[in-house]
Ligand binder design. Sequence first.
Ligand code: ADP
Ligand code: MG
Length: 260
Amino acid sequence: MRTDEMHAIRLRDVSRVHGSGDHAVTALDRVSLAFPQGTFTAVMGPSGSGKSTLLQCAAGLDRPTAGTVTVGGTELTGLSETRLTLLRRDRIGFVFQAFNLLPALTAEQNVALPLLLAGRRPARAEVREVLERVGLGARAKHRPAELSGGQQQRVALARALITRPDVLFGDEPTGALDSQTGRQVLGLLRGMVDTDGQTVVMVTHDPVAASYADRVVFLVDGRVHGELAGTTAEDIAARMTRLESDPDTRPMTGAEAFPC
Ligand code: ADP
Ligand code: MG
């Protein structure tokens, strides 16, 4: 097997620069990372360190300025917008901090939507099965406003899973949830990795959330700044505190950036 096939996603020397000239911001700076199939990776780093940009580039939602991203065996660079859209639709799932459900649709209609958009007529049993996987079999007819935050995020998870994506990405998926509800969602993600071999990549600023992952990758100023594997929330929190207090990695304060 080629290595790209064992990795659900691989980034090689990926840079992403926003704007140009004096206004250029380097959100990612030559990042190389691989996410092996069937593993759960957390991405952490200070605000503005490039976490969301990393996820968007890895998921084919944003295009790197330089470097390559490979999903399964397919390199995204050079794919047309249409091919990229199809690849995203078939192989990538994404959940956000804001659940982004359509308020007028029931849970089952929200979950069925990606299949409808793909031109498939979803079977009710298929929709029910994925709602049951996230523990919401009894809530299929409820609209988002009739569900708690945790239930809404589980509907969003079911919607991301209905297409059986190779990789599930989450950008702070528990950021809007209280800690107990967040843990339920994290337990579900962990279960999908352990039971179904799902690949999960999740951005979080919460060391407890990150401790559900097999591996935590740290980003600082758009660069990978080490990683931890199989560790505890305490160790992860200590590492984050060091990253944020180290003068070489800490973002400059206003007074340091503009001394007068
Ligand atoms: P994080 O998710 O870690 O907070 P982001 O990936 O959102 O970081 O942003 C990384 C850097 O890129 C930040 O400095 C941010 O201001 C900048 N950035 C992100 N998106 C854009 C954009 N569309 N235009 C200009 N700058 C951007
Ligand atoms: Mg972000």
